[in-house]
Design a protein around this ligand. Structure first.
Ligand code: FAD
Length: 433
């Protein structure tokens, strides 16, 4: 761990910035854009180039869509390619057990959106680039924090050519994801818990003309399979398998896996046989829950997955990451205006968002047990009764709103913008393509 002290002369490789954001994922880019629109200077460091990412989640709940609309980027991101999904359904042996209709929510954000993350990130970055005070350092991997008198005052990053860059800042925002280096360097424990019994192996299949318009969980003998439409004309499938058993599954070989999955999803068996060719077509997600012990320190704040990580059930990660950014934005402006970025000043952000993340953790544990767990006939009957209540009762409506917008949904404080976003589009297009 490197913790250099910034020389008294303040020797820096870039001009000192108000806020240094680490990580250009949904959390980091959204926060950067909000701060730039409020007249704050921001240096954003991202280890990858060209926003290249391994597969990351792309189901965007209405709460996240609302934030992106408030930032004026949703319509342009959607225009690059997205799929609208009206329903969340759980099927037991092909028959609907649970059916949640997102069209019951108030428009315009009344669907789930399968939006490839690269489209979303590209639009956020384009909007940042149009504003003054923005420095983007891509291909910069943060590996050290700068400390002065015990407080964090910058970061040290290694460029791809091996050279080092030091960025000084009044405050550092760690938005570098589930294995956050910033959090580790600050000595904050990730608070990882093995809260789920399943990992997920993802793959996609070309499926022109086979759109389902839904996110479906198929409960089958092969475990639960998540299936949804994705851009362009594909289906994304998430195969849940018992936690940490991937190596055993992989040892069976692709032919065996293909046969099992095709039998479990007969309506897509032809696609699976034709297109699932090798183990490298599958991407494994190690599913865990985490809640960092602290989200703030003197000169530091953590947002998104770096502060709290969630399982894939209920697609909450992007929603929460964007709402963290919205909640951190006014707190950072207040701290900068006061010239005090100590922990006490940043704490209102942590105090607001920590309970929301904890509620989602509780919800996901229950959902994972109810939706994904293997079971005998008695548990299946119980599950079926509970699903009927959720599908048909008013409680179902409340649960849908909670899942769609998250607990204590944060809105963007556009009143704090000095440069307003471009006028919002007339409303999202309703096409499925
Ligand atoms: C396979 C998978 C499926 C998922 N499905 C969904 C879903 O359908 N819906 C949903 O809402 N959520 C889903 N999630 C979760 C969701 O992707 C995350 O919650 C969300 O991306 C968190 O955003 P973030 O900005 O906090 O972190 P990230 O998206 O992880 O972004 C962190 C960024 O920091 C950069 N970075 C990391 N380390 C450094 C460093 N040392 N220096 C500089 N940069 C660094 C990374 O390159 C990355 O760009 C899924 C996650 C995975 C892995």
């Amino acid at each position: 761990m490197t913790s250099p002290r910034l020389p008294a002369t303040g020797r820096l490789d870039t001009p000192r910035t108000d806020v240094c954001v680490v990580g250009a994922g949904p959390a980091g880019l959204a926060l950067t854009l909000m701060l730039l629109r409020s007249g704050v200077t921001v240096t954003l460091l991202e280890r990858s180039t060209a926003l290249r990412r391994d597969f990351y989640g792309e189901i965007l709940q209405p709460g996240g869509q609302r934030i992106l609309d408030q930032l004026g980027v949703l319509a342009a991101a959607r225009a690059q390619g997205a799929r609208e999904l009206d329903r969340f359904q759980v099927l037991q042996d092909g028959r609907p057990l649970l059916d949640i209709d997102y069209r019951r929510l108030p428009p315009p954000h009344n669907c789930l959106l399968a939006l490839p993350q690269r489209f979303l990130l590209r639009e956020l970055l384009t909007a940042c680039r149009e504003l003054p005070g923005f420095t983007y350092l891509e291909g910069h991997r943060v590996h050290g924090l700068v400390r002065e008198d015990g407080r964090i005052t910058g970061v040290v990053a290694r460029r791809q050519d091996g050279a080092s860059t030091t960025v000084g800042a009044h405050v550092v925002a760690g938005a570098d994801g589930r294995h956050s280096r910033t959090r580790m360097l600050a000595g904050i424990d990730a608070g990882r818990r093995e809260a789920f019994d399943q990992d997920v192996a993802w793959f996609t299949l070309p499926a022109p003309g086979r759109a389902t318009g839904a996110v479906r969980v198929h409960r089958t003998g092969a475990g639960a399979l998540l299936v949804h439409d994705t851009h362009p004309d594909r289906l994304r499938v998430g195969w849940t398998l018992p936690h940490r058993t991937w190596n055993r599954a992989a040892a069976r070989g692709i032919e065996d896996i293909r046969r099992e999955l095709a039998a479990a999803l007969p309506e897509f068996a032809d696609l699976i046989h034709a297109h699932l060719r090798s183990l490298s077509d599958l991407t494994l997600l190690d599913v865990f829950a985490a809640q960092a012990r602290r989200w703030t320190a003197d000169g530091l704040l953590l947002i998104g997955d770096s502060a709290h990580t969630h399982g894939p059930v209920g697609a909450q990660g992007i929603n929460l990451a964007l709402q963290d950014a919205a909640a951190a934005h006014p707190v950072l402006l207040d701290a900068l205006a006061a010239g005090d970025t100590g922990r006490q000043r940043l704490l209102p952000y942590e105090e607001r968002r920590r309970p929301a993340a904890a509620t989602v953790h509780r919800m996901q544990r229950m959902q994972a047990k109810a939706l994904l767990g293997r079971s005998g006939p008695a548990a299946t009957r119980l599950r079926s009764r509970a699903a009927a209540v959720v599908t048909r009762s008013r409680l179902g409506g409340r649960i849908t709103r909670l899942v769609a917008h998250g607990p204590d949904p944060a809105a963007v404080r556009t009143d704090l913008f000095t440069t307003p976003p471009p006028a919002p589009a007339a409303g999202p297009a309703r096409s499925r393509t």
